[in-house]
Design a protein around this ligand. Sequence first.
Ligand SMILES: Cc1cc2nc3c(=O)[nH]c(=O)nc-3n(C[C@H](O)[C@H](O)[C@H](O)COP(=O)(O)O)c2cc1C
Length: 338
Amino acid sequence: MTMMNNNPYKLCVAPMMGHTDMHFRYLLRLISKQTMLYTEMVASNAILHNKSKKLNKLEHIEDGPVGFQLGGDNPDQLAECAKIVESFGYNEINLNIGCPSKRAQSGNFGACLFDQPDLVARCVNKISKVTDLPITVKTRLGIDNHDDIKYLENFINTVSKEGVEIFHLHARKAILKKGINPRKNRSIPPINYERVYKIKDMFPDLKIIVNGEINNPVDAMKHLKYVDGVMIGRAVCNNPFLLNDIDILLHNEKSLKKEVILEKYFNYIEKHFNSDVKITDFTKHLSCIFKGYIGSKHTRAYMCHELNYEKEPVKKLEELIFKEDLWKNGQDSITTVI
Ligand SMILES: Cc1cc2nc3c(=O)[nH]c(=O)nc-3n(C[C@H](O)[C@H](O)[C@H](O)COP(=O)(O)O)c2cc1C
């Protein structure tokens, strides 16, 4: 793993479907050299049966250190996937034990595996037989009625015995039975950081990463007094430069100029855009950077949709992002990822 410090896990960007794809990760890597990044969750079935190159979520460019998140409950299939993931140059295998979606529940993966720690341990065991990559687990504090620290302690105990040394804990339980959708499952019930801190006290030799509603550098630094790392999701989608703000405190990094990052990302687009992909696959990740600037509502709509219909989209993009008055402050409505 490309490690610039002893603990790349101090700051992690959460896996997020529809967001942490290869292009967003490239952009984030331009902003932060050290942050640990994660892919979107990809189900083992999708990897083993996906013949379509277009849907290939394994490709990636210069985004390490980066963990690949797998969803699945079949030890042999997961091991097969781990081999493929390793061959694509990822630095870590992360198992998703937190997704509450109906699809995950019907496939017996994600959060519903929280009350099957022995099966998770078997999955880890099989994966560890075929790869030397670190295997990590992202999970919740509980599910439905299994919502006490003893249950979580037992889960971590069982799974860590198979060699998992790093756990990312989204600091709330998942509600599966009541049919609450994934979005609501990211705000209900209230966050419980104390339980995460207690787990760190119980397992001092494991790396415990806290996740959930961490939105600013000051809060991130506070958590780091109690745990080994913070994982941030939505706040990074809404402002990727948050990583730089935290790096300034964590690693004495310099404050970055947005224009410089934009220029580098534009060079990446110029190099990798082709007729098989949509230009908005690249530019949708830029739209949040324009929030709050004059005309940004229009700029964002253009970056997310309209640019696809231009005859020469790269040229149009160049004209737009290197325009003089692009960075003038102004009022605009703000859309956020929730
Ligand atoms: C749009 C979206 C997609 C997500 N997809 C995943 C995923 O693929 N795998 C996963 O483990 N968590 C996923 N999550 C949950 C996040 O990783 C994270 O645990 C959650 O958003 C709480 O962190 P935050 O408050 O910093 O956003 C997703 C969250 C969002 C907002």
